[in-house]
Design a protein around this ligand. Structure first.
Ligand SMILES: [Zn+2]
Length: 210
């Protein structure tokens, strides 16, 4: 199968890329059990995404362990998509991203408890990894309430999204981050997670609170 547009991967290529990315995130402890899911856009009109299949160990995925979904998160080919596939499609529609990462990290859940109104970031060299100035004005990493209804969760994400910040934390759940391709989405995920771990280590003091 070939990609549906210039530069977009076919399903087999997407599956191989997502398996490699998932193994990496699993090695970090960010996809424990069978948690988390990853996607890459394989077509734009109509929107198609390859998403990691549900209920599999993310450290053991093969190139075949992907499901092709449409813009609403419904399976077009392959097995059963992750429950959160619809949110991946929503993020791709909303942001124009070519790849979406969803991981269940301890730091994201802990920081959402501490800063339910959003996590303020400022004066950090690592912000440059998100395309932001290290010494610019503060930027907020949004925190949204969790839901089992992907439409509700998508509406919350759309409403809370900060255009300069390619990530959103879901309270009691984990982190979504996105980029032009799996590599950029991975780099952004790693940087946002670094920022969350830093804020967590700093304790519940007044700085950065909302
Ligand atoms: Zn999740």
């Amino acid at each position: 199968m070939t990609g549906a547009g210039a530069g977009l991967p076919g399903l087999a290529e997407a599956g191989a890329a997502l398996a490699a990315e998932a193994a990496r995130f699993a090695s970090f402890g960010w996809m424990r059990g069978t948690s988390g899911n990853l996607s890459v856009v394989t077509g734009r009109e109509p929107l198609r995404l390859a998403v990691t299949a549900s209920a599999l160990d993310k450290g053991e995925l093969t190139a075949a362990d992907v499901v092709l979904i449409d813009g609403d998160g419904a399976a077009v080919a392959g097995g059963r998509p992750s429950a959160e596939a619809a949110l991946h499609a929503r993020v791709a529609r909303l942001t124009g991203a070519g790849a979406v990462v969803h991981v269940h990290t301890v730091a994201s859940v802990a920081m959402a408890r501490r800063r339910p109104g959003g996590i303020v970031l400022k004066d950090l060299e690592m912000l440059k990894g998100l395309g932001l100035p290290a010494d610019g004005p503060e930027v907020v990493l949004p925190v949204i309430g969790n839901s089992q209804d992907m439409r509700v969760l998508g509406d919350r994400l759309a409403a809370a999204r900060e255009p300069r910040m390619p990530a959103v934390v879901v309270a009691g759940h984990g982190l979504y981050a996105w980029g032009a391709d799996p590599r950029e989405a991975r780099h952004r995920t790693e940087i946002v997670e670094w920022l969350l771990e830093l804020e967590l280590l700093q304790g519940p003091g007044p700085a950065g609170g909302r």
